[in-house]
Design a protein around this ligand. Structure first.
Ligand SMILES: *Cc1c(COP(=O)(O)O)cnc(C)c1O
Length: 410
């Protein structure tokens, strides 16, 4: 008799297990948005933008926040302000959303892909150091999915080798590492508030920095050259000669939504951390499933997604798509990871406009892609009963993985 639902056994859940509904919505914010709409004050460094930038920077222990249209132009603006451009190389992890690498290209520099750690799926500091050349100008570590990049070691290497560090915190709104917010460790921290992220306004992003000069430059880059204290239409000074400035502005509507969500962020992260701990603890003894980042979690870890890595002795020979189907049949829908940037369908840089570091990115390809499935962060917002059910489903599939041996992919 088969145990697994994919083989005709009884599913652990007849309906897909419910996650937290996303993005959060409330009548209160809907009313505030209506009022803002009627006020006509929709953009140009308004009240909500100023307040949110300040509140968000404070939350993360950074001095300045510069609010922008999305979490790609934040990276681009940071690179521009740090004077990264043609002829420079910027090291990025092999596994991340393509924006991390494309932003490097937007300023005319060369993204160099370096492999990740198999436990955290974040940039490997040793491989990072080995990939540095005389052209390397900066590095963009990403706090990926459910884990913390080793920014202390990467930061030490940057200081020693005279490189700039931009933290890509698109996955880690509200993260606190060693008493200090993520995004305040590097020269700049870049965040995205795109619809799917843990702080969500449809689109927008922010750069954090402790450096007065960088804050001023990034503000000018995103605001067509205007300075922070300029009134609309009334520039009192121009941008430095040669600084490429854009319109990368966000809107008051986004900032208003984000101010409200920021008030609930600590609680949301606490709930996510409780759920993640339950899942980790309960799956710790199961052969064949590994949870990302057993070794490097922030004090308050932020989450974009929650990866399960099926690379143990019992599961490694079963195609990941078969495991995915078996989980879905029990009621748990998991998706794949981003996959290596240079293999992504949307990644279309010419071969001389990027580089893969010597040794390639085997961990990004294997642990980070071929053996990984993941749930969006909303899974961690599920009720305690549902978190238990999720663990039961993964445990059941892993325990009965021998039943999957003869299943063919169609
Ligand atoms: C979402 C994301 C970005 C870019 O954010 P957008 O706001 O979508 O432009 C950058 N880096 C990572 C790792 C992301 O997940």
């Amino acid at each position: 008799m088969a145990e697994l639902a994919i083989n005709g056994g009884c599913p652990l859940s007849t309906e897909p297990v419910n996650f937290l509904s996303w993005p959060p919505r409330s009548e209160k914010v809907a009313d505030q948005l209506r009022e803002l709409y009627l006020s006509g004050k929709w953009s140009f460094n308004g009240e909500n933008e100023q307040a949110f930038s300040k509140e968000y920077a404070e939350y993360h222990g950074a001095k300045h926040g510069v609010f922008m249209a999305n979490g790609t132009v934040t990276l681009q603006s940071a690179l521009t302000a740090l004077e990264v451009g043609p002829g420079d190389e910027v090291i990025v992890p092999g596994l991340t959303w393509i924006a991390t690498a494309m932003a490097v290209r937007y300023v005319g520099a060369i993204p160099v892909f370096v492999d990740i750690e198999p436990t955290t799926l974040c940039l490997d500091p040793e491989k990072f150091e080995a990939a540095i050349t005389p052209n390397t100008k900066a590095v963009i570590p990403v706090h990926l999915y459910a884990s913390m990049a080793d920014i202390e070691r990467i930061g030490t290497i940057c200081a020693r080798r005279n490189l700039k560090m931009i933290e890509d915190c698109a996955h880690m709104q509200g993260g606190i590492w060693n008493g200090r917010g993520v995004g305040s460790w590097g020269d700049v921290g870049s965040f995205s508030f795109q619809q799917s992220k843990t702080l969500s306004a449809g689109e927008s992003g922010i750069c954090l920095t402790n450096d007065d000069k960088l804050a001023e430059l990034m503000f000018r880059v995103k605001h067509i050259g205007y300075g922070n204290s300029d009134a609309q239409g009334g520039a009192r000074s121009g941008p430095p000669s040669g600084l490429t400035c854009h319109n990368f502005r966000g809107t008051e509507f986004q900032a208003l939504i984000l101010r409200d969500q920021l008030r609930g962020l600590k609680n949301l992260i606490a709930k996510y951390n409780r759920s993640a701990r339950t899942i980790r603890d309960r799956l710790a003894d199961f052969e064949g499933v590994r949870i990302q980042s057993p070794g490097r979690l922030a004090t308050e870890q932020g989450f974009y997604a929650f990866p399960f890595i099926f690379d143990g002795e019992t599961t490694q020979n079963i195609p990941i798509q078969v495991i995915q189907k078996a989980l879905a049949a029990e009621g748990l829908n998991l998706g794949g990871t981003y996959g290596p940037v240079y293999s992504h369908l949307l990644f279309n840089l010419r071969s001389n406009d990027y580089r893969i570091a010597d040794g390639g990115c085997p961990v990004s390809e294997h642990e980070g892609t071929a053996r990984a499935l993941m749930a969006p962060h909303q899974m961690l917002g599920a009720t305690e009963d549902n978190i238990d059910k999720i663990v039961d489903i993964v445990a059941k599939v892993v325990t009965n993985v021998h039943e999957l041996r003869d299943i063919k992919l169609d």
